[in-house]
Design a protein around this ligand. Structure first.
Ligand SMILES: [Zn+2]
Length: 324
């Protein structure tokens, strides 16, 4: 059924799909996804999908969910795939029986937002960037990452939105939670979520440690913004702050520096090749990520019809060509 729907999309959208996964019959096997719960602080937990059933995210299905629990009700970060909301709620109920009151999205992609409507119908009020709401309303085709498109239920849309001002602050369950807007980075509507007392920042997807960076320019993401966001995070984080990406392992600020340097290194190399008049095809053939490939798990694995490394280099090329 899904394949039929995707085949009805225009050719350009179709090309962006994870065709190889479909051709090989490797759609996400939602029934096999298990939710793994990790306790981060006395009342803060992370939920992640198990490795294996999601060919686009082989290291762990879907995007990570944050759960702040306590007597003031449950505050959630991101909503995962809609197909596994029952499992997510079951995992939340093992933590707390309090009502689900708030939900915030780190960015628009379906692996972080497709379950929105389900959680809203359970009582959550959804917060996100105004830009994210606009991205959802534009109903973008599935991104090159192969994530499924967000569901079209109106309940998926943020009820409370904010722009690039001061952080939106929540005070509940003995915690101060800051929703920190990030200028166009992974998408045009990114938010970092800081738990001040737990000294934790959920950073969304503008950093990743499985595969190369992914900037979704179709949804307003920019390489320049991602680099700025990395710099901002280095300043915001203390030496012991745990930085929790949407996917992959938990890091701290010392891990950000080599990551940013890798992006700057690839960017400089691509810029040099552009100055030499090389085409995108020639830039890809130059394998400019080679010095980093051994240190980037999943970097050479397929994402859709390309590899994570080639997708990254193509993105750097088009951003530099476009003067962004
Ligand atoms: Zn994601």
């Amino acid at each position: 059924m899904k394949l039929a729907r995707q085949l009805s999309l225009p050719a350009a959208a179709l090309a962006a799909l994870s065709l190889s996964a479909w051709v090989q019959g490797q759609a996400i096997d939602y029934a096999k996804i298990e939710i793994l719960t990790e306790k981060i602080a006395p009342n803060l937990y992370m939920l992640a999908g198990s490795a294996g059933p999601d060919p686009i995210h082989p290291d762990g299905a879907g995007g990570r969910i944050g759960v702040l629990a306590g007597p003031d009700g449950i505050f959630l970060v991101d909503s995962q795939y809609a197909q596994i909301t029952d499992k997510v709620v079951a995992a939340i109920r093992k933590i707390s029986s309090e009502p689900i009151r708030y939900l915030v999205n780190t960015h628009v992609h379906g692996d972080h937002t497709a379950g929105n409507a389900n959680l809203v119908k359970l009582g959550a009020v959804l917060f996100a960037r105004e830009e994210l709401r606009e991205e959802m309303l534009r109903q973008p085709p599935p991104s090159a990452s192969g994530n499924p498109p967000p569901a079209m239920d109106p309940a998926r849309l943020p009820v409370v939105t904010y722009g690039m001002g001061d952080p939106v602050k929540f005070r509940l369950n003995g915690e101060i939670v800051d929703l920190i807007p990030v200028r166009a980075a992974h998408t045009g509507g990114d938010t970092m979520v800081r738990f001040v007392n737990a000294d934790v920042i959920m950073i969304g997807d503008f950093y990743r440690n499985y595969g190369y960076p992914y900037i979704d320019a179709n949804n307003g993401g920019t390489l320049k913004g991602a680099l700025e966001a990395l710099d901002a995070m280095i300043k915001l984080a203390g030496p012991n702050t745990r930085l929790i990406p949407g996917h992959g392992t938990i890091i701290n600020r010392t891990d950000i520096v080599p990551y940013r340097d890798m992006i700057l290194g690839v960017q400089a190399k691509v810029q040099q090749l552009i100055r030499e008049g090389k085409s995108e095809r020639e830039v890809l053939a130059a394998k400019v990520t080679a010095p980093y490939d051994a240190k980037v798990p999943g970097g050479l694995l397929p994402v859709g019809a390309t590899t994570s490394a080639d997708r990254f280099v193509s993105m750097v090329y088009s951003q530099l060509k476009g003067g962004q």
